[in-house]
Design a protein around this ligand. Sequence first.
Ligand SMILES: Cc1ncc(COP(=O)(O)O)c(C=O)c1O
Length: 379
Amino acid sequence: MKFNSKTIHGGQEPDAAYGSVMPPIYQTSTYAQSTPGGHKGYEYSRSANPTRTALERSLASIENGVYGLAFASGLSAIDAVIKLLKPGDEVISTNDLYGGSYRLFKQVFEKYGIRFHFTGMGQLDKIEENINANTRLIWVETPTNPMMNVINIKAVSKLARNHNILLAVDNTFATPYLQRPLELGADIVMHSATKYLGGHSDVVAGALVVRDKVLAEQLYFIQNASGAICGPMDSFLVLRGIKTLHVRMQRHCENGEAIAHYLKKHPKIEKVYWPGFEDHPNHEVAREQMTGFGGMISFIPKGATFKDAIAIVEKLRVFTLAESLGGVESLAGHPASMTHASIPKEEREKSGVLDSLVRLSVGIEDVDDLIADLEQAIG
Ligand SMILES: Cc1ncc(COP(=O)(O)O)c(C=O)c1O
């Protein structure tokens, strides 16, 4: 099946009981057994639940993987990946990444003896410099949040393979509609399913997809042992979201492109970050590994200060000032004080997250209304 059919049918079958086309929300914690161990494949909903299974199969299908795992949030999915490691192990991560991922790495896992190295990954030698005998995992986010840097997944996967290091890719921004990391050699794909997969800003959820059976078994063990599973209602919502992922993404990309060009031409805008521009430093890589450039855009107004950036996001009316991204409605954020506030200012500014940076998640409204809204807010 092609991608646009997989979003609807991938891994799905009508429900065995009454043939319902959408999987029922199996809102149950446990399952009747005829004798100890005599059950129909489900015994306790932390270990497995049929609605979650339907979502996990869909996730595996759309990422062209084999095994999917659905979690309570994107961060709990990342948490499960890091729990593959032990004290003394080292991780190399992009230095420009979601602030919550950085906080989890630094403030939770470092105290258990796992070391994290943060570096720009635009050039491979930056990664190579940090590899040593203890390196177990490379953590890539591409495009990065919020600077829209693009990392060459195929090249990093070759490097990782040569050194026997796992490669995990946070595919939240691109979604499998635009980019499928497992096809480019990654071992693990991760999502904040809260974003484009759910797509309607009505659920918090996370996902992992892998191809390797042993790795899948290790992750299923951690998912069950730690317990941060996606509940049945939330699994249903993400599954419903995925069914329209391709049509939503098509419009996110169209609107994103129009707004990126509008901002680039605007006399009061200094810099626009969007991987679709030919002068984006890794545009060629983006062109090769993505089928479009998405609806996430960051920009810096000319001569702007912290206060000026705040004034713009406060004036927006169609864009909602809010955390998060990837929903049908357009959102605007101020990374330095919102999504990336947990990264120290000095660290944050090294990767370009200045106090004047504004981030847009371009939704699927009429693009003329979105441009008019930006026009009145920027002035
Ligand atoms: C790129 C990226 N990864 C991970 C996360 C964390 O996901 P969640 O908020 O679902 O825990 C986010 C949340 O904003 C994100 O943008």
